[in-house]
Ligand binder design. Structure first.
Ligand code: RB5
Length: 144
């Protein structure tokens, strides 16, 4: 499983924890930036990670900004990406089980290392359930 990880400046500290968590759990990952706390624009990193997932270079992505909102909205503009802005472990599980979300987003202003670890554990422990959820996920791509 290859994971692309990105954030904006508000998420850059929590990203360090996420990278260490992925390393500890033996995931293959790449830090797609930013690499300092200098102010950046979250769409740049949301798009970068989402496009890498959509191309198939990575299986999943993880994104953080202050709230997770802006960066998940940006990621969801990329065809084939289903980014879920998650606020607790239950949301993380359901995003995988029901929505086959392929990008996990969360807010650095509302999570510390401990709550982020719980979200990550839940996300990676959960599998897409398919069945009726597959039909609904398929419909996401088709709108006028
Ligand atoms: C940056 O100040 C902030 O707007 C951003 O991190 C994020 O919360 C946007 O959704």
């Amino acid at each position: 499983m290859k994971i692309a990880v990105g954030s904006d400046h508000a998420g850059v500290e929590l990203k360090k924890f996420v990278l260490s968590w992925l390393e500890k759990h033996c995931y293959d990952f790449e830090d797609m930036g930013p690499y300092s706390a200098e102010s950046v624009d979250y769409p740049d990193y949301g798009h970068k990670v989402a496009e890498a997932v959509a191309r198939g270079d990575f299986d999943q992505g993880i994104l953080m900004c202050g709230t997770g909102i802006g960066i998940s909205i940006a990621a969801n503009k990329v065809k084939g990406v289903r980014a879920a802005n998650v606020c607790n472990p239950e949301y993380a599980a359901l995003a995988r089980q029901h929505n086959d979300a392929n990008v996990l987003a969360f807010g650095a202003r509302f999570n510390d290392d401990s709550s982020a670890a719980k979200i990550l554990e839940s996300w990676f422990a959960s599998e897409f359930e398919g069945g009726r959820h597959q039909r609904r996920v398929d419909k996401i791509e088709f709108c006028c």
